[in-house]
Design a protein around this ligand. Structure first.
Ligand code: AMP
Length: 170
């Protein structure tokens, strides 16, 4: 089953020049969403991750489904000011704008093996910030899994040393 028909291209959203990949049709299809999660799970089964780190906000959708599929705990990497306790924070530049991600300082520790999950990798800035967050806890990031990879952008170079898996590439 091709999952490409479940992704809509929206030109000039949220800014002129950005071709936005809208995954809401995929999420609305029980069959397609399940197949997407299966395809994201398959290449990471042998990496022995202990946790999934989902990146706000669409990384929460894929990340929590994947965590359930893999039998792992889920940790949210949140936008600034959302987590109630002491956090690590990492700023990053986006394909459109700039932002930061935070995790609780006690989210992971040495010995934990973290699978980073998001919906789309564009410039790789978000994923690289997540990789730095994991490093700051003393845990190890074992891979980055995204549903969509925009291969015209050098995202993989940003997450140096981290295996990257994607289901659809554009
Ligand atoms: P980046 O840090 O440039 O790799 O951007 C990745 C983050 O921005 C992900 O959390 C995506 O949800 C979002 N994003 C960036 N570019 C797009 C795009 N063309 N379509 C949909 N989401 C995007």
């Amino acid at each position: 089953m091709s999952l490409h028909p479940f992704v809509r291209d929206v030109p000039d959203f949220p800014k002129p020049g950005i071709l936005f990949k809208d995954i809401t049709p995929l999420l609305a299809s029980a069959v397609a969403f399940k197949e997407a999660v299966e395809a994201m799970a398959e290449p990471v089964l042998n990496l022995q991750p202990t946790h999934v780190l989902g990146l706000e906000s669409r990384g929460f959708i894929f990340g929590s489904a994947l965590a359930q599929r893999l039998g792992l705990g889920f940790v949210p990497a949140r936008k600034p000011g959302k987590l109630p306790l002491a956090t690590h924070s990492e700023a990053y530049g986006l394909e459109y704008g700039s932002d930061a991600l935070e995790i609780h300082q006690d989210a992971f520790g040495p010995g934990d093996r973290v699978l980073i999950v998001d919906d789309v990798m564009a410039t790789g800035g978000t994923a690289a910030a997540a990789q730095r967050l994991v490093q700051r806890t003393g845990a190890q990031a074992v891979a980055l899994t995204v549903f969509i990879e925009l291969t015209s952008l050098p995202g993989r170079e940003k997450v140096e040393g981290l295996p990257v898996f994607s289901v659809l590439r554009y």
